[in-house]
Design a protein around this ligand. Structure first.
Ligand code: COA
Length: 168
């Protein structure tokens, strides 16, 4: 089973796996596309898709924290927030989520044009214990090396993975 992970091109937003898998309204698709276009224009590609034999089977969507106007953190510019990681049910448990995360970490460990050649410091996500949302299950993120940095409710946690410090 060869899994290929690629950035979703801005010209192919209709291929976003969540538009065909979930029961989303046209209005939601249109609002999401507008949001994605705005992130692409400021940051660049922000969705990675996993394909098996050309079929999309999963994705991870993310953006720098300072793109969200309500986030007031001194390190928001250098921190990536994962909105959602998702693998189609029938393909789970085969390492695809891990491949998506590895591709993301690999990309973000390199100098990025958004930071004028600087490197992101960390990746964060809102994870749910014993449930999939908001961005994905806590148990998956901790397996990927993330650590809980804040408990937000009995089942919601902010998790973080520090990226390697660049020697460039
Ligand atoms: C979380 C998710 C992306 C994981 O994808 P996956 O392809 O099944 O994950 P992998 O097979 O790469 O698993 C990697 C590791 O995480 C563990 N893991 C994955 N999901 C887990 C879960 N729900 N609970 C506990 N461990 C989990 C695996 O056991 C594996 O551990 P191992 O390497 O020690 O064997 C997938 O289960 C999913 O899409 N869940 C629903 C998430 C969702 O609804 N997202 C929408 C919110 S926006």
């Amino acid at each position: 089973m060869a899994v290929v992970v690629r950035d979703l091109p801005e010209g192919k937003l209709d291929d976003h796996p969540c538009f065909s898998r979930f029961e989303v309204t046209e209005r939601t698709v249109s609002i999401t596309k507008r949001w994605l276009r705005s992130v692409y224009s400021k940051f660049g590609p922000c969705v990675k898709v996993a394909y098996i034999d050309g079929k999309s089977v999963g994705m991870v969507q993310y953006a720098p924290m300072d793109i969200f106007p309500h986030v007031k953190r001194h390190d928001a510019h250098r921190t990536i927030l994962i909105h959602c990681i998702y693998v189609s049910e029938e393909y789970r448990g085969r390492g695809i989520g891990r491949k998506l995360m590895e591709a993301l970490i690999n990309d973000l460990s390199k100098p990025h044009p958004y930071l004028n050649g600087g490197v992101f410091q960390g990746i964060e996500a809102l994870a749910g214990r014993s449930r999939p949302g908001p961005a994905g299950p806590l148990e998956f993120f901790t397996k990927m090396g993330f650590q809980v940095i804040k408990q937000l409710s009995s089942s919601d946690f902010l998790v973080r993975l520090n990226l390697p410090v660049s020697n460039l």
